[in-house]
Structures are given as C-alpha cells and as structure tokens.
Design a protein around this ligand. Structure first.
Ligand code: PEP
Length: 257
C-alpha cells in the first residue's frame, strides 16, 4: 500500500505573516484529519522555509518542501539556492521541473536530470513534475511525450535512487485554469507512467513509486481524483493557500471526507 502524499505548492504567494498564519491554522486542522496514511508536504517560498520548518518541527504528518533547487552543488551562482542548503534548514522534499519552471525559466529534461541527481545526493526527495500541453493531447501524443520526460530526466538513476522519488503528473492545461483532468484521463496517464517505470525498473519498484496528480485539485474534486488506483495523492497550487480547502483535500486523501 503506497502512502498518499498531498503537497501544497504556494508558488510566489503570501507575505511572511500571511504564510506563517496559514501554517499555524494548518497544523491545528491537519493534526485532527491525518491518521498516518497521508504525508502532507508544505512548499512555501524558499525565504520562509526555515521559519515554516520551525513551526512544523516534530509533526510527523507535515513535512517541508522547496519549490526548486539549483543543479550545481555550490559556487558563483548569484541568487540561487542549492540542494544542500535546503537540506541544512530541514527541507525534506523539493519540487523539480514544475511546468512554470520549464516554461518561464527554460528548464529542459537534461537540466532536470542534473537537478534530480543533486537533490538525491543532498538527501532530498524530488517531487518530479511532468505533463503535456493541450495541443499534444489533442494530437494524441501526450502519453509518449510524458513518458519521454521521464526517460530523459530519470532513467539514468539506479533502482535504489528511483525508489526515493515522487512523480507528479500535471497536465499543463489543468494548472491554475480550473480545468481538471477527468478520472479516466488521470488514471490512463498514471497507469502508463507506472508501466513505463516498470519497463525499466521492474514491477516491484514501479508499484512502490507515488504518482501524484496536479492541476486544479480542490476540495470538491479531490475525492474523485484520488479514487483512481494509480493516483497516490495530489500536488496542489491555488487550493493550498486556503487552510480549510487544503485540509479538505488532505481529508479526501485520508479517505475521511
Ligand atoms: C501546481 O502549481 O502544481 C498546480 C497544480 O496548481 P493549481 O492547483 O493551482 O492548478
């Protein structure tokens, strides 16, 4: 049985006071909702990571995640944050290859290969994002496109390394748009990705990997989306900024809604 994950990606939102108020509300609400079968990951902007980490210290059900890291270990990269730096302030997870990073910061599959390596080396768990544009789905090439994202960025990893990864399927047309993939669309892609992992790493490893769905997940659609057998939780953007809504999503993942 794969432990479900619900990760909240705040993106570039919230002042420090607003962010810490949200964490305070969430720690109270989530403690009551989670029964150990859901791992919650909060991914605030990096400037708040240490403060948020302090607030959730000792909470087994809420972990700390970053939204990005640099591909190099250290050096003259002004303005950047390394994986080891994140680890040193208590970060456990790091989102890699979010479509906004791919689109606005030119992150390619080969760059994400480097980022995955450095994150694993630092002891972080990458939440590796993949997903297609609407036009690729309309052309019927979405499965191949997303499989290739995995092949190019991840298939150099050893079996042991791959097992430390979480994958997030996020169709780009569903991110921040209010449009969600249907259950059937999500399940089709998740099953195809698990099969793809199995073809390289074997069924046993593929069955262990958590594959999250992301793209306009909210309190009303979470239960239905999480009911698909290969959907192991969600990567949540907009709805992670509201404590009640996010808690309801966590509740849906815990099977308590
Ligand atoms: C995301 O940013 O990963 C995301 C899925 O955003 P939203 O939930 O707002 O669509």
């Amino acid at each position: 049985m794969r432990q479900r994950i619900v990760a909240g990606n705040w993106k570039m939102n919230k002042t420090r006071d607003e962010g810490l108020a949200l964490v305070s509300e969430l720690s109270n609400m989530i403690a009551d909702e989670v029964s150990g079968n859901v791992q919650v990951v909060l991914c605030p902007p990096s400037i708040y990571l240490a403060a948020v980490g302090k607030m959730i210290q000792g909470s087994g059900s809420i972990a700390l995640g970053a939204q990005n890291c640099h591909q190099k270990a250290a050096g003259a990269y002004t303005g950047e944050v390394s994986a080891a730096m994140l680890r040193s302030v208590g970060v456990q997870y790091v989102i890699l290859g979010h479509s906004e990073r791919r689109q606005y910061f030119g992150e390619s599959n080969s760059l994400l290969k480097e980022k995955t390596d450095i994150a694993l080396e630092a002891g972080l768990t990458p939440i590796f994002c993949c997903g297609e544009l609407l036009e690729l789905r309309e052309q019927g090439v979405h499965l191949d496109f997303v499989r290739n994202q995995l092949t190019e960025s991840l298939f150099h990893l050893s079996n042991e390394q791959l097992r430390r990864l979480v994958i997030a399927y996020e169709p780009i047309w569903a991110i921040g748009t209010g449009k969600t993939a249907s259950n059937a669309q999500a399940q089709e892609m998740h099953a195809a990705l698990r099969e793809h992992l199995a073809s390289r790493y074997g069924q046993e490893t593929a069955q262990e990997i958590r594959i999250l769905y992301g793209g306009s997940v909210n309190a009303s659609n979470a239960e239905e989306l999480f009911a698909s057998p290969d959907v192991d939780g969600g990567l949540v953007g907009g709805a992670s900024l509201k404590s009640r809504e996010f808690t309801d999503i966590v509740k849906a993942a815990a099977g308590k809604s």
